[in-house]
Design a protein around this ligand. Sequence first.
Ligand code: PTJ
Length: 267
Amino acid sequence: MSTNNNQDHDVPKDHPRYESLQYRHEIIEGMKKLIVAEAGLIAHGRGECFDYMLGEKTSEIAKEAITAAVALLILSKNPIISVNGNVAALCPKKVVELSKIINAPLEINLFYRKEGRIEAIKKVLEDAGAEMILGTDETKMVEIEELSSNRRNVDPNGIKIADVVFVPLEDGDRTEALKNIGKKVIAVDLNPISRTSLWADITIVDNIVRTLPEMVNVAKKLKNSEEKELKYILEKFDNKKNIQASLDTIIQYVKRQKEDAFKILKD
Ligand code: PTJ
């Protein structure tokens, strides 16, 4: 009987969509190892669609949001990085590196609970060099009452006590709940008008696979900056304007693509 298990994912390096296909491969392999939820494949596809409309590159606008996000994380007393299946599969090394540079623990927090997933994600993070991972002992978890999804179960030493929560790509309901209990939220979401994007204090409209390496670079530069310099970065940053500018980037890109497409499409 044929199955989906052993598909050949070899992508020739000169394929025009080589990188994008490689990340698809990571997500699919992650799903086979329980790291990624089945729905994570669909979430990834939705992200790809927005990324296409952003020209598949990190805009200057996103870089401004990244700098503000890093400044906020460094200034915070108890920052935390929430990790889900997609992030663990796509960029384990960079998420661990960022966590170490800014001294923000990693907490596994999942929407789709399934036996073995937490262990699989823990392993991939440990293999990437993580030393302390929160959210792994289900018997010790506490609830955030404002949330009805599985994400309400959080670590008492992590998200529960955090002042700033970094939530790379995820579903919409949590950011609102976290805001309602007084947390500051930094989100990465390729969709600039998702509920997560609109509710976050700082919204990075970019692909997590590009955002995390950029955050690591910025964190290395800002790590020893003076408090007043970091506060100044935050004062200058306007999330609403930043989201508007990301939407404009998409609109302009689609317009240019339309012109190019019509040069190819003959009457
Ligand atoms: O691992 P779990 O169980 O915690 O589940 C994780 C997923 C992502 C499956 C879950 O949170 C989910 O279903 O999310 P949504 O509602 O599909 O939302 C995902 C959002 O992330 C969408 O707005 C996508 O556009 C966006 N997105 C997808 N891939 C990327 C992305 N944003 C940035 N970088 C990406 N690579």
